[in-house]
Design a protein around this ligand. Structure first.
Ligand code: ADP
Ligand code: AMP
Length: 242
């Protein structure tokens, strides 16, 4: 472990973490996939599901953006496709998911947000899980009309290090341009423009919608009304997972 000295950790933080772990110990394992077009609300619902079920949240888009920012070999390979609104290669994302699922925070299961996005990725995921003797429990389909997404995407602001998401109209931060929790600046994603959204939606319909059929055939898909306000979507999610 990198840091075993807990002397400097405030007691309240230690107690809070202990309580969290105690609560988590009684939760069942869950392996969830969130599928939906860009802006459908996957990143907004994920932290709520993560906290409720003690899962890790693995968002391939966030991981790729971190790699691009750090200019790692993975980031260098992924950057061009991402800026153009195209998918990066299956091998790249399968590799990062395989690695990320080994984290201790994924012990109780995971929320995959933005993965798998092709049928090949779904098949590779099945293989990975089969090797571990586990399987996907549920696929949440964030069903929504394309027409709603431009306003959501162009008004989105994010806090890069935590992945927290805001919206100028639907979920404004307390202070414009500033993260509520850390006070750090918010940014807009380079690909969150109307023009790139069009290409991302094309990729979604062509390459990702078949993934919904793939899991429907396995009887795993629950359809959500993702056009509803965030709190109503959360209620639907809770019903599906209870
Ligand atoms: P995704 O992760 O699916 O790309 P996000 O969760 O980041 O989508 O949501 C896209 C934008 O829309 C964000 O700015 C978010 O605050 C906002 N948003 C999310 N869910 C809703 C909703 N149900 N109604 C209105 N706005 C929403
Ligand atoms: P997202 O943050 O989910 O909107 O993803 C941003 C971009 O990252 C996408 O437009 C793709 O270029 C890339 N990306 C994220 N996840 C995947 C994936 N599973 N397969 C291929 N490309 C991905």
């Amino acid at each position: 472990m990198a840091n075993t000295n807990l002397d400097d950790v405030p007691s309240l933080d230690l107690m809070t973490e202990l309580l969290r772990r105690f609560k988590c110990s009684s939760k069942p394992d869950k392996r969830l996939i969130l599928i939906g077009p860009p802006g459908s609300g996957k990143g907004t619902q994920s932290p709520i599901i993560k906290d409720e079920y003690c899962l890790c949240h693995l968002a391939t888009g966030d991981m790729l953006r971190a790699a691009v920012a750090a200019k790692t070999p993975l980031g260098v390979k992924a950057k061009e496709a991402m800026n153009k609104g195209e998918l990066v290669s299956d091998d790249l994302v399968v590799g990062i998911i395989d690695e990320a699922m080994k984290k201790p925070s994924c012990q109780k299961g995971f929320i995959l947000d933005g993965f798998p996005r092709t049928v090949v990725q779904a098949q590779k995921l099945d293989e990975m899980l089969q090797n571990q003797g586990v399987k996907v429990d549920k696929v949440l389909n964030f069903a929504i009309d394309d027409a709603i997404l431009e306003e959501r995407i162009t008004g989105r602001w994010i806090h890069p290090s935590s992945g927290r998401t805001y919206h100028t109209k639907f979920a404004p931060p307390k202070v414009l341009g500033v993260d509520d929790v850390t006070g750090e600046p918010l940014i807009q994603r380079k690909d969150d423009t109307a023009a790139v959204l069009k290409l991302r939606l094309e990729a979604f319909h062509k390459q990702t919608e078949p993934v919904i059929d793939y899991y429907s055939k396995k009887g795993l898909v629950a359809n959500l009304h993702a056009e509803k306000p965030p709190k109503e979507v959360t209620v639907e999610v809770e019903k599906v997972l209870s």
